[in-house]
Design a protein around this ligand. Structure first.
Ligand code: DCC
Length: 214
């Protein structure tokens, strides 16, 4: 007999009007008309630290004691590298990193690609493969790159290796990020944090870096 979970009815592809709305998924494979990404002339130099986009970011902010404190550096193309050390507060199973935390590490590394193109984008779709368990105290060596751009859609990929930068791949992801304007955050973020960010000269300077996009 099939297990009970096999008997779940399939989710309808689009059920508008029934209370369910399932958006069509964007393929993670760029369309034929997609173009290669362009490294912005003012992108950080290869090897230069990218820094956090927001000190309260769970992925890269220094103001989040339980966060990942991810430190990314620019590559020589439209790519970055980063490291994340798994701490006890990141556990899922005993002694092992939580899968959602590992997905966050991949997501935030992909997010730092914004600095290479001087485009603000947010995660639209992120598909993650978990290939090896990642124990506490492990340094996850991440790399991410943009593979193609189509309109506002930015196709990108990331891997996380253990045991060194050339070690075996433990996690990987393919993603589509969507370009947005700064208003995306101003209009949607909780007012307390938006007001605090807008009165922080460092935060305003980080945001302005994108607005001089030629
Ligand atoms: C100060 C510095 C800060 C810098 C801040 C940097 C932050 C980085 C942090 C790490 C990354 C994150 O965690 S970001 C946080 C997690 N992500 C989010 O919160 C995003 C929530 N989703 C949204 O707000 C929205 O759905 C958007 C913005 C993604 C899309 O809405 P929209 O702007 O109305 O887009 P729309 O016109 O419908 O679609 C434009 C094109 O994108 C495609 N598209 C739309 N949504 C998706 C999707 N989810 N997945 C795939 N593809 C999609 C459409 O098919 C279309 O393709 P075509 O028809 O043109 O072909």
């Amino acid at each position: 007999m099939r297990p009970a979970w096999h008997a779940d009815p399939p989710v309808p592809p689009a059920a508008v009007g029934s209370g369910l709305v399932t958006a069509p998924k964007t393929s993670l494979v760029p369309p034929a008309e997609a173009v290669p990404p362009v490294r912005h002339p003012d992108a950080p130099a290869p090897g230069e630290p990218i820094g956090s986009h927001y000190d309260q970011c769970f992925g890269c902010g220094s103001g989040q004691p339980h966060g990942l404190q991810l430190a990314a550096r620019a590559g020589d193309g439209v790519n970055v590298t980063a490291e994340f050390t798994v701490r006890p507060e990141h556990q899922g199973a005993p002694g092992l990193a939580h899968g959602g935390v590992l997905a966050t590490a991949l997501d935030d590394t992909l997010g730092s690609l914004n600095w290479l193109m001087h485009v603000i984008s947010v995660t639209g779709r992120l598909e993650t493969d978990f290939l090896r368990p990642v124990p506490v105290d492990t340094v996850l060596h991440l790399d991410a790159e943009v593979t193609a751009v189509h309109g506002r859609k930015i196709y990108c990929t990331a891997t996380g290796r253990i045991g060194g930068p050339e070690g075996p791949v433990a996690v990987r992801a393919d993603a589509v990020f969507i370009e947005v304007k700064i208003e995306h955050f101003v209009n949607n973020g909780r007012p307390e944090e938006i007001q605090a960010a807008m009165s922080d000269p460092d935060q305003v300077r980080r945001a302005r870096a994108f607005e001089v996009n030629p």
